[in-house]
Ligand binder design. Sequence first.
Ligand SMILES: Cc1cc2nc3c(=O)[nH]c(=O)nc-3n(C[C@H](O)[C@H](O)[C@H](O)COP(=O)(O)OP(=O)(O)OC[C@H]3O[C@@H](n4cnc5c(N)ncnc54)[C@H](O)[C@@H]3O)c2cc1C
Length: 432
Amino acid sequence: MITLESPTYYSATRKYNLSFPTLENDIEADVVVIGGGFSGINTALELAEQGVTNIVVLEARYLGYGGTGRNGGQIMAGIGHDLEKIRSSVGDQGVRKIFEISELGAGIIKARIARYAIDADFCQGYSYLGFNSRQAHTLRQWETQFKATNARDEIRFLAGSEVRQIIGSNAYSSALLHMGGGHVHSLNLLLGEAQALVGHGARIFEHSPALEVTYGERIKVRTGRGSVRASKLLWACDSFLNKLEPELHARTINTYAFQLMTEPLTDELIERISPIRGAYSDIRPVIDYYRVTRENRLLFGAATPFVEHIPRDLKAWNRALMLKIFPYLKDVRIDLAWGGPMATSANLFPQLGTLSGRPNAFYVQGYSGFGVTPSHIICKILAEGMLEGSRRYDLVSSVKHARIFGKDHLRPLLLTAGKTVHQLSGYFNGRR
Ligand SMILES: Cc1cc2nc3c(=O)[nH]c(=O)nc-3n(C[C@H](O)[C@H](O)[C@H](O)COP(=O)(O)OP(=O)(O)OC[C@H]3O[C@@H](n4cnc5c(N)ncnc54)[C@H](O)[C@@H]3O)c2cc1C
């Protein structure tokens, strides 16, 4: 069974000994942020870098308690899973612009790591993988599209036996190497960013859940033992919002993903699995994704492909998937397995903007399981919106997001139906 308190690879290898007090009194700020994951911390850091430093971040548990401290650490190109799904909102030109923007993410992460000397095991090297000729065709198309917006990084399609140059598995017949992508220790990245934020003068409070929000010119957020009054608010709770803001609650549904971590492997085995020491995912509608870590472990992740449920034995469930790709790991010990919820949008595209009729109450959520790189792009754009505004904020916030009816009572059923449609559509869009 999954418990959100189980240790993860990230909690077991965190390098920053950072902790923050509980809010105990009534304070004033320019901006109050609810949620201490990539979204909350990154938007606050972007604002602080622009000179807005009287910022308060409230975190219900501790920084990285949410998806940010549980994910695969994959740095891939893009925002959203399929930009076709937003074409009706933003038009052809909008899709083109968002595709261009979506290549910025890895660069933002690299620049931040360099600027603040963040110790987050950043590693360059990513590959998308295909099992069949339909997927190979899609990867060839992606190669052309990626190269059109990225002339810096090596991007190369491989097929047949060449694939083994970058991945030690016979499961795949094609691959698209993207050396602009890679992987990162997401918890240490978050904590390094939080340390940088505090360095700019912002205040962070942990174990301080927002319990009530009163909107107005000065917004008041009440916690158990204190309150913050600020001119602007950001909701950044993603899958942990827990109905606190009904307008946001209505627009996502939580689905689960799971991860395992092997014991440390020999250098020879790591070299065999991943000659590029990189990160990987296939391109099916519901992917396997994995990477090697600095300690020579393999982190392997997946979600249930059709029927939404939480596997009873996470280690065994994930191990069976791993062995389909790497049968030669059958004697390797699995040290940890964990998982967590991911707030998913109907169109699988992240949501940002302001609440209806409340121009000073901003939100960001709904990365749909693809948030490590996208949160860095989206939060830069969101911060622009919270400051002077920008054309790309107007564009990204104009994407329409449907309410998800029945999500509270029919969650597994809706997700099973959604996954089935998503999987079947893969035959038509070259993903299956
Ligand atoms: C198992 C798993 C694997 C994943 N793998 C990948 C991957 O490899 N690549 C990728 O790109 N993405 C991946 N993701 C998704 C990615 O991790 C998320 O999209 C991203 O971290 C979301 O960041 P966030 O800050 O919006 O939300 P979170 O990190 O979830 O942070 C939200 C925070 O809000 C806090 N909060 C909630 N309510 C309140 C309140 N009332 N008051 C104060 N604080 C509150 C929570 O405690 C939490 O810390 C994965 C997610 C999971 C769960």
